[in-house]
Design a protein around this ligand. Structure first.
Ligand SMILES: O=c1ccn([C@@H]2O[C@H](COP(=O)(O)OP(=O)(O)O[C@H]3O[C@H](CO)[C@H](O)[C@H](O)[C@H]3O)[C@@H](O)[C@H]2O)c(=O)[nH]1
Length: 346
């Protein structure tokens, strides 16, 4: 990551996989101070031992707790807000926990950023926030609204720029389908497939980090950025993994849909695309600038013709099995798994 005189960055949820990858890039770019705000002292300790770098400062706290957010934000130049409850099932069972972390916690971060005159705040969202069907997605949709309301309140030209990014499933993330399928092949168990025709965007972690960096460098007040990404069906993903592990005929068991999941995910709605700029690899969606005088809100419609389709994992570029294999093999984790497998077979 180019430094461009970045003085300091706070990463909320900094011990997660996004946070750690971003942190290492900031260190490599000679950023003098990086703060990590997270709840788990054990994870912070492990990170401290791994890095042994005096530029990293560790704040134990919780985004739900405004005081701990304020303390970690004091005098900081930039914030990447990654702290979230992101698992669909836990948010289904405990929706108010999602409200507290993803909505109220985000409001605390937005307030702290404005009060501390932070230069840039980037909030991380998910495709599950578009037409949400589960509590995780609903709470992330509300996070986007909270961020945009803050942006609208301070307006263009404010010292602080608030933006959001939305991305799809991060490939090989903890607890996700890809590491599960690999484990099932290795242990000789059938691969459990929910619905073979379901599609998901396929995005390596490096792309999500690049997206946040892009928002950080290019955002105007209230912008929301999306990275265009390819997708595949679950059955093609499974076939690609089977072939990489020399098990093309490994059995598959169809288990049916899980709680609150969708056949496909949407990264941007048609209405959003109508107010967006196509930046090549990214879409920039502008915030709705109508002000607190509600007159324009009620009396002036938006004359833009909404003829575009939503941008979702069924109509984006669909990868073939061979292309999914190639993409999987760009991930260091999959490379290591495949190498270990080949070594074991020898
Ligand atoms: O045993 C399984 C598990 C999953 N899938 C399918 O594989 C796809 C990807 O599943 P993941 O669990 O990897 O991803 P999700 O889209 O369900 O969402 C995941 O990523 C989210 C973040 O974007 C949240 O963290 C969420 O809890 C987590 O499950 C889905 O179509 C799912 O139905 C299967 O076929 N079999």
């Amino acid at each position: 990551m180019a430094n461009n005189a970045i003085e300091s960055v706070l990463i909320t949820g900094g011990t997660g996989s996004f946070g750690k990858t971003m942190l290492k890039q900031l260190l490599a770019a000679d950023v003098p101070e990086i703060r990590i705000l997270s709840r788990d002292e054990e994870k912070q300790d492990a990170l401290r031992n791994e890095l042994r770098d005096a530029r990293v400062k560790y704040y134990i706290g919780d985004v739900r707790d405004r005081e701990s957010v304020e303390r970690a934000s004091k005098g900081v130049q930039n914030i990447f807000h990654a702290a979230a409850l992101k698992q669909v099932p836990s948010c289904e069972f405990f929706p108010m926990q999602a409200v507290q972390t993803n909505i109220i916690g985000s409001e605390n971060v937005v307030r702290a950023a404005i009060n501390e005159r932070v230069k840039s705040l980037v909030c991380l969202s998910t495709d599950k926030a578009v037409f949400p069907v589960n509590a995780m997605g609903m709470s992330k949709a509300m996070m986007e609204k909270v961020a945009q309301a803050g942006a609208r309140e301070i307006g263009q030209g404010a010292e602080t720029t608030i933006s959001c990014v939305r991305y799809g499933n991060v490939m090989y993330s903890r607890g996700s389908a890809i590491p599960l399928f690999i484990k099932q092949i290795k242990s000789g168990n059938p691969i459990t497939v929910t619905e073979p025709t379901m599609t998901r965007f396929l995005m390596p972690l490096r792309d999500s980090v690049a997206l946040v960096k892009y928002a950080f460098e290019h955002a105007n007040q209230g912008d929301l950025f999306i990275k265009k990404a390819p997708a595949s069906t679950i059955i093609d993903l499974v076939q690609a993994i089977k072939e990489l592990f020399d098990a093309p005929d490994h059995p598959v068991e169809i288990i049916g849909w899980r709680h609150a999941e969708k056949l496909y995910e949407t990264l941007a709605s048609a209405q959003e695309l109508a107010t967006s700029d196509d930046m090549g690899d990214y879409y920039r969606i502008h915030m709705d600038n109508r002000d607190l005088n509600y007159k324009p809100y009620f009396e002036e419609g938006d004359k833009t013709t909404v003829s575009l389709e939503d941008y979702h994992s069924h109509n984006t570029q669909q990868l073939s099995v061979a292309e999914v294999k190639d993409l999987l093999m760009t991930l260091p984790e999959v490379q290591a798994e495949v190498a270990a497998h080949k070594e074991g077979v020898k």
